[in-house]
Write a protein that binds this ligand. Sequence first.
Ligand code: BTN
Length: 228
Amino acid sequence: LHVMDSVDSTNNYLKALAAQGAPDGTSAIADRQTAGRGRRGRSFFSPEGQGLYLSVLLRPQAHPDQLMHLTAMSAVAASRAVASVCGRRPGIKWTNDLVFGTRKLAGILTELSVVAETMETDYVVVGIGVNCTQSAFPEELREIATSIRMECGAPVDRCALAAALLREFARMEDALMTQRSEWLQEFAENCVTIGSDVRILRAGTERAAHADGIGPEAELLVTYPDGT
Ligand code: BTN
């Protein structure tokens, strides 16, 4: 476990270690990130001492096609870990944001590397950022973000949360190829997206739909207004 005061991104840090052969389970935590990254090229707000920024390196023995559900299982692991330290279970916004109500508590960025010659999985880095002790957010995040402190009131023990996350990610890795359906069932039970109207953004297009459920690969099952 590599613990740092500051780093650009714990995902970047672990990817560099992975390229040098770091083993499964190698993890990184930073007290702040100077270039925390989210999905779709977004940044992740990572101020000093207020969040938990953690990444875990996994080397699953599985083809990339068999790992589509990993990101959803990471969300289940993370929501369990948050519940264990604050007593309230956050919802999951498909695929892998944790939310309380409509506000985002945590985001997960899963990055996979493939061996080009064989197309086998080289490694996966699962990175999670949890807003912990903030009592307010910058203007642009004020309406959309929340923290454990704002939701649960109690002081947040970031070390206990880190330990819980590492424990749950280890459980997830053990369950990855054998307990997929149980974990996806738990995902569906905690997924706030199911039953709501959504917008499907794909290749520059946008389409309204209704989210009905989760498929076997953790894909979101939707119905379009024309009934398809
Ligand atoms: C998202 O909201 O789209 C995902 C955010 C993921 C943020 C975490 S913080 C630890 C790890 N390092 C990063 O640069 N990103 C992830």
